[in-house]
Every structure is written in structure tokens, then in C-alpha cells.
Design a protein around this ligand. Structure first.
Ligand SMILES: [Zn+2]
Length: 200
């Protein structure tokens, strides 16, 4: 038996019943049709409302995301500006009163020069490149953290402008393709910025 909805109380009624058993409303075809139409209308309204709510919530999510992004960008710009300003201040201070950082002759000793002189990075890079270009077999496997980290104690680097650095961590292939921990030495001229010797 098909069920209909009572147009008055909204509860289920058999379509053959003479009146609603819940509220006593007489059952007519016209009354059932009215109830069906009203239900349909309600469902359409609910669907529309749901769509609207969904649109609003996704809009809210988008707005929050945009604000987060803007926040992150502002933070990065701020940090970047801070770094640039700090570098510039340090550069100006170095120009006004040079130290071991920019002038190796002002370093206290070999250790100070190796640890603080800005040109050391160029030196280790150049030495590494000469070794890379001159090994007989394969390509050297350098220690990721320290390259040419060894130096001699004393003051001769500062006095002569020639540094002597060594790497004992690098692995170099032998004629049988076996990687072996090796020792390489590099002599580098801080004035001409050139590698003088690499050995063995
Ligand atoms: Zn009823």
C-alpha cells in the first residue's frame, strides 16, 4: 500500500485511508498533491541552502589561506630585509676598521686566518677543483662537512700570504677501482688567488 504524507500533520498515511489516523484530516487527492508539492519545495530550498553554506565555507577557507600566505610572505620579506641590513652593517664596519675577515695580514696566526679570513672558502674550493681535475681514476669522494680542514700551526700563512692546507678524509679510487681514504695537500697563494701545488 503506497504511503502519502498528511497535508496537515505531515505524518505517513495510507493513500487509501479515508482520513488521517493521526490528526483526523480527511484524505483527498488534492490534499496529498499539495503535501507532495510542499515537500518538494522544502527539499529544493534545503538543497539551495546547503549549496550556499558550502560556498560560504569554501570562501572562508580561501580567505584564511590567502591571509596565511600573506603573513608568510611578510615574514620572509622582514627576515630578508633584516639579513641584508645586517650584512650591510658588517660590510661598512669592515671597511671602516678592517679585520682578519677581509685582510689576512691582520690575522693573529695561521689558525685565526683559516677560521676567519673570508678568502679561505675560495682557497678550499680551488684546491678541491684541482684535485678533482687531476685524479687518475674515478672522481674523489669528499667529506661533506670538512674539505681541506687541516692546517699547520704557526704564523707563516699570515707572513707569506701562502697557505698550506690538507685533507685526510677524501676517498680516491686506485687503479683497481677501490676507494681509499687518502691524504692530499694544497699550497695556495692568497694574493694571486691561485693553487701553487697539489700533492701527492
Ligand atoms: Zn494528519
Amino acid at each position: 500500500m503506497p504511503l502519502e504524507q498528511c497535508p496537515t500533520c505531515g505524518r505517513d498515511v495510507s493513500s487509501n485511508a479515508p482520513s488521517c489516523p493521526h490528526c483526523g484530516e480527511p484524505c483527498t487527492q488534492e490534499g496529498f498533491e499539495r503535501a507532495r508539492a510542499a515537500r518538494l519545495q522544502r527539499e529544493v530550498e534545503e538543497l539551495k541552502q546547503e549549496k550556499r553554506n558550502h560556498r560560504i565555507s569554501s570562501l572562508k577557507t580561501s580567505i584564511v589561506s590567502i591571509f596565511k600566505l600573506i603573513g608568510i610572505i611578510i615574514l620572509f620579506v622582514f627576515l630578508y630585509k633584516g639579513c641584508v641590513e645586517k650584512d650591510e652593517k658588517e660590510r661598512q664596519a669592515e671597511v671602516a676598521a678592517p679585520t682578519c675577515k677581509s685582510n689576512y695580514k691582520l690575522c693573529k696566526d695561521n689558525e685565526d686566518l683559516i677560521n676567519n679570513y673570508n678568502g679561505i672558502l675560495d682557497a678550499t674550493f680551488a684546491c678541491k677543483r684541482v684535485v678533482d681535475d687531476n685524479v687518475k681514476y674515478g672522481s674523489p669522494d669528499w667529506n661533506f662537512i670538512s674539505k681541506f680542514g687541516q692546517y699547520r700551526a704557526g704564523k707563516d700563512y699570515v707572513e707569506k700570504g701562502i697557505i698550506y692546507i690538507a685533507d685526510r678524509e677524501v676517498k680516491i679510487q686506485n687503479e683497481y677501482g677501490v676507494s681509499q681514504k687518502s691524504e692530499v695537500f694544497c699550497e695556495y697563494d692568497l694574493i694571486s688567488k691561485k693553487v701553487l701545488r697539489v700533492y701527492p
